[in-house]
Write a protein that binds this ligand. Structure first.
Ligand code: LLP
Length: 381
């Protein structure tokens, strides 16, 4: 059950996101300690959550920023991330976004196609600058996760495929305003089977061998993010097993002398610290189960509607006998459903419902569909 005081939560108008800052700090401490054992550098993937107080915590433990839009680069810099700890990735960077990032002298652009390299070179040349780049390579490793969040297969739009690399290197020789400093990989998100990362290490080692055979030294290898969290039991093991995760890379990745290893974690750092709190508006009879209609919906948390994702749902006000409810939102879409036949204590109008593990890809994916207001945010701890 959610480890925050009911009285405290009752003081706020619903729906709202609440963040447990103590849990966030413990999570970040563990992640940074485990990464530090091997001198690994973590860049927090801002896409998971861009709230300032959360970014401040990321900064406090020395993480850099992994950004996927000009606004994320801007947000990272405004929140105190030094520009040499900012990375800009993404398949579709606009000219304006690239120009902004060039002006900020960010650490590295993770580039995903030959065409992007040509454009970046042109824009850097116009500014009389040299852009540091990493090539995002599609390693063709199956992450065994939801098909919408797997990214490292040849059929996905992300990265440069292995067979294109000789042409890409030939192209790079003609682009004097780019400096190749690293390789970038990311195979997907919510990965709970660590063997996928082991397979990634094997592929990265092969790519490194190939680049060495081309007499190219790389300053860093970025192995992306993707470590999953336990959505089913958020209280049993709220902090992901960073020890197993980082030690796996230490064991299987063949790091070259003077080479840095970078990670881009998002979800594993912030998901468990966030909960969406909503109020029951109505109870309505259904054919097999009753509906509990909430004042939060897919506009506040779209993951269940978009990926059929599971989020644990708790009634934190009631202790009555258990019943089953379809827990739904107020939006005019049938997919606006947080869970079907969810077992809850007898639920009534006004009860507070906690939708757990919503700190990553929750608020950031909110929409104003149906002209909904943005949910409020509360930080505790
Ligand atoms: N690096 C790259 C290149 C990425 O594309 C992503 C996530 C990350 C790092 C961070 O991955 P994480 O450590 O958070 O798994 N909205 C979806 C997740 C989309 C992930 C997109 N890329 C969801 O709610 O499950």
């Amino acid at each position: 059950m959610l480890n925050l005081s009911l009285q405290e939560l009752q003081q706020h108008a619903t729906p709202f996101y609440v963040y447990d800052i103590n849990l966030l700090r413990q999570t970040l401490q563990q992640a940074s300690q485990e990464a530090a054992k091997y001198n690994f550098q973590v860049h927090y993937a801002l896409k998971a959550n861009t709230n300032s107080p959360i970014l401040q915590e990321m900064r406090a433990v020395g993480f850099g920023a992994d950004c996927v839009s000009g606004n994320e680069v801007k947000c990272a810099i405004e929140n105190g991330f030094p520009s040499h700890y900012v990375v800009f990735a993404g398949v579709g960077k606009s000219d304006a976004e690239i120009n902004f990032a060039l002006d900020q002298d960010i650490f590295c652009f993770n580039c995903e196609s030959s065409h992007e390299l040509i454009v970046l070179n042109e824009l850097a040349e116009a500014k009389g600058k040299t852009a540091r780049i990493a090539l995002r390579i599609n390693p063709n490793v199956n992450a065994n996760t939801h098909k919408y969040i797997t990214t490292g297969l040849e059929e996905n739009k992300f990265g440069i495929n292995a067979w294109e690399l000789p042409d890409v290197l030939a192209l790079l020789k003609t682009l004097p305003n780019l400096s190749l400093i690293g390789l970038h990989f990311h195979i997907g998100s919510q990965i709970t089977d660590l063997s996928a990362f082991r397979n990634l290490c094997t592929r990265v080692n092969e790519f490194q061998d190939w680049f060495e055979s081309q007499q190219i030294q790389l300053e860093h290898i970025n192995v992306g993010g993707g470590l999953g969290v336990d959505y089913y039991s958020p209280d049993e093991q709220p902090i992901p097993d960073f020890e197993a995760y980082f030690s796996l890379f230490n064991q299987f990745l063949e790091v070259r002398p003077n080479q840095q290893v970078h990670f881009e974690l998002g979800r594993a750092l912030v998901a468990q610290s966030g909960t969406l709190i909503s109020k029951v508006l109505y109870i309505k009879k259904g054919v097999s189960t009753n509906f509990a209609i909430l004042d939060a919906g897919m506009t506040e948390l779209i993951r269940p509607a978009l990926y059929q994702s599971y989020h644990k749902i708790e009634n934190i006000s009631s202790e009555g006998a258990e019943e089953r409810y379809d827990v739904v939102g107020p939006i005019c879409e049938s997919s606006d459903c947080f869970g079907k036949a969810v077992v809850l204590p007898e639920t009534n109008r006004g009860d507070l419902i906690a939708i757990r593990t919503a700190g990553a890809y929750g608020e950031v994916m909110a929409s104003s569909y149906n002209l909904r207001e943005k949910a409020a945010v509360v930080y505790l701890g």
